[in-house]
Design a protein around this ligand. Structure first.
Ligand code: C2E
Ligand code: MG
Ligand code: MG
Length: 284
C-alpha cells in the first residue's frame, strides 16, 4: 500500500518475498514512531547557514533527530517518509515548528533566520497556515524571520490547497525556500509563480563544482534564480574549493560540514561563525 501511494496512488504494487523483511521493519518503525516526540525520543539540531560575502551566520536550519529505544538512531531520510505515509508527520511537524521557534526566538529577534523543513503533507493541509500563525504567536516569533523549506519533487505545483497556503504564508511575512534543487523534478513554473524567496542547491550539484560542466550547471541555476528574484543557498559544502567556487558563482549563502555540522542549540556558541569567516577569507 505504501509503495502504491508513493508511486502516485491509483495503482497496484506486487511485492516479492524478499521485500517482506524491509516491509516489516517499516511497519515496526511506523508503530514505534507513534507519539515518539511526546515520549522525549526526538530532538532538534541546528546547522548554521552563512552569508558567502561576509562569512557571518545568517540563519539556522532545524533538523529532526530520532533515537528509538528499539531501533537506535534512525536517519530522517528513513523515518520522515514513514511519518508521511502514516500521517504522523502532522503532529511531529507541529512539534518541530514549536520547538524550533521557542529555541531560537531570542536569536530571531536579533535578526537570525530560522529554516524549518516542511513535508508536502503539511503544506497541502487546509489548516497549515493557521497552525503556523498560531505557533508563531504562541512563541512570540517575528514572522519575517521564518523560512519554510519545501521540496519540489514531492509537491505538485498545481495543488490548490498548497497554493492557497503559500499565498497566505506570504501575506503573513513567512518566506518559502525550495529545497533539494538539482534532484527530482523541478518545474520552472515555481520561479514564474514568484512565491519562492530562495532556491537551495542540493549537495549533488555542489559535489560536481570541480568540473567545468558542474560549474556551468550550478552557475546557470544561480543566474536563473537571481533573474527570478530568488536568493540561492548551497547545501552540503564539504571543502574549501567548493566554498571558493560558490563564491565565484555568486551564490548567496551556504551550509555544510565544512562550515559547521548540525548541533544542539546549546552547543552552537557561534563557533561555526568564527570557523567560517576564516574559511571564506582563505578562499578569496
Ligand atoms: P535537507 O533539508 O536537505 O537537509 C540537509 C541534509 O544534509 C541534512 O541531513 C544534513 O544533516 C545533511 N548535511 C549537512 N551538511 C552536510 C554536508 O556537508 N555533507 C553531507 N553529505 N550532508 C550534509 P539530515 O539531517 O539527515 O536530514 C535529511 C533530510 O530529512 C532533510 O534534508 C529533510 O528533507 C528531512 N528532514 C530533516 N528534518 C526534518 C523535519 O523536521 N521535517 C521534515 N519534513 N523533514 C525533515
Ligand atoms: Mg532542508
Ligand atoms: Mg536539501
Amino acid at each position: 500500500m505504501y509503495e502504491a501511494k508513493r508511486a502516485g496512488k491509483d495503482r497496484c504494487v506486487f511485492s516479492e518475498v524478499g521485500e517482506t523483511v524491509q516491509a516489516s521493519r517499516r511497519v515496526q518503525i511506523a508503530r514505534a514512531l507513534r507519539d515518539a516526540q511526546t515520549r522525549g525520543e526526538m530532538h532538534l539540531v541546528y546547522q548554521p547557514i552563512i552569508d558567502l560575502n561576509t562569512g557571518s551566520t545568517v540563519a539556522l536550519e532545524a533538523l529532526l533527530r530520532w533515537t528509538s529505544p528499539q531501533f537506535g538512531i534512525v536517519e530522517p531520510t528513513e523515518f520522515i517518509p514513514i511519518t508521511e505515509d502514516t500521517g504522523s508527520i502532522l503532529p511531529i511537524g507541529a512539534w518541530v515548528l514549536l520547538q524550533a521557534c521557542e529555541a531560537t526566538v531570542a536569536l530571531a529577534v536579533r535578526g537570525l533566520d530560522l529554516h524549518v523543513n516542511i513535508s508536502a503533507i503539511q503544506i497541502t493541509h487546509p489548516d497549515f497556515t493557521t497552525w503556523v500563525r498560531q505557533t508563531l504567536a504562541h512563541a512570540q516569533y517575528p514572522t519575517d524571520r521564518l523560512v519554510l523549506e519545501i521540496t519540489g519533487s514531492t509537491l505538485t505545483r498545481d495543488d490548490h490547497i498548497a497554493q492557497t497556503n503559500l499565498r497566505n504564508l506570504a501575506a503573513l511575512g513567512v518566506r518559502v525556500a525550495l529545497d533539494d534543487v538539482g534532484v527530482g523534478n523541478l518545474s520552472l513554473q515555481w520561479l514564474h509563480d514568484g512565491q519562492l524567496t530562495e532556491l537551495k542547491l542540493d549537495r549533488t550539484l555542489i559535489a560536481r563544482l570541480g568540473t567545468d560542466r558542474g560549474r556551468a550547471i550550478a552557475g546557470g541555476v544561480i543566474a536563473t534564480a537571481h533573474g527570478a528574484g530568488c536568493t540561492v543557498s548551497a547545501e552540503g559544502v564539504e571543502t574549501d574549493d567548493e566554498l571558493h567556487h560558490l563564491h565565484a558563482l555568486r551564490c548567496d549563502t551556504a551550509q555544510g560540514f565544512h562550515i559547521a555540522a548540525p548541533q544542539p542549540i546549546d552547543d552552537l556558541h557561534w563557533a561555526g561563525l568564527r570557523l567560517h569567516r576564516s574559511a571564506v577569507d582563505d578562499s578569496r
